[in-house]
Ligand binder design. Structure first.
Ligand code: IYR
Length: 229
């Protein structure tokens, strides 16, 4: 990306954006290669406890922060947990909620829909994975004078950032799980997050365990989700 000149538009600074145009054949090849690379990503539930350099996690979260967000407010906080005592607390609280969900809260249809994943309320990966990234959406900001300042399209913005994060983690050679123990209020309590933050996703990250198996599931083919006009 090249940044050349600056100018004022309606009283605000603008910078020129002129990324180098690439030949179409180049774009076809690189887009196909990127698709193949991303198509190789799998959600895992069996993690190795091998350590991962913190800088990799930090770089991937910085990539997440490059996603577009409503009014460029970047309405999220990424909490990176490696402390075993905190991971244990998170696991215990998550398993309590998940036990209740699997036994009483989820419908028969829902349970049937996820049967092929062979999940249950046990969540050992919350202690095994070297990092848990707890993503919080910031419903609003609090000004220095304690006034509330709006954020916009918060769920969309945080969802986009999480998509970038998962792509970056995969690109870096790591595996992850998008985990949504429900309800997730315990994350705010364990991590002592402020009132303007709401739990959004819990993402264990690490290498796959030596003996890691994933459901043999197929993705939809392009004609099932692309409509050309
Ligand atoms: N949150 C539960 C159940 C679950 C729900 C869906 I939708 C999934 O795709 C997978 C699991 C759990 O994490 O076990």
């Amino acid at each position: 990306m090249e940044q050349s000149s600056q100018k004022w538009v309606g009283g605000f600074p603008f910078v020129e954006y002129r990324p180098t145009r690439r030949p179409p054949e180049d774009m076809v090849r690189t887009s196909r290669d990127f698709f193949q690379a991303m198509h190789g990503r799998r959600t895992i539930r069996a993690f190795s406890s091998d350590p991962v350099p913190y800088e990799v996690i930090e770089n991937c979260i910085r990539t997440a922060s490059t996603a577009p967000s409503g009014a460029n407010k970047q309405p999220y906080t990424f909490c990176v947990v490696s402390d075993p005592a905190i991971k244990k607390k998170i696991r215990e609280a998550a398993e309590k909620e998940e036990h209740e969900s699997y036994h009483h809260r989820m419908s028969q249809e829902w349970l049937a829909d996820i049967k092929a994943l062979q999940t249950d309320w046990h969540k050992p990966f919350l202690e095994t994975a070297p990092y848990l990234i707890a993503v919080f959406k910031r419903a609003y900001e609090v000004g220095d004078d304690k006034s509330k300042k709006n954020n916009y399209y918060v769920s969309e913005s945080v969802g986009l950032a999480c998509g970038f994060l998962l792509a970056a983690l995969h690109h870096a050679g790591l595996a992850a799980l998008t985990h949504t123990p429900s309800p997730m209020g315990f994350l705010s309590r364990v991590l002592e997050r402020p009132d303007n933050e709401r739990p959004f996703l819990l993402i264990p990250v690490g290498y796959p365990a030596d003996d890691c198996w994933v459901p043999d599931q197929k993705r939809k083919t392009k004609d099932e989700f692309i409509v050309r006009y």
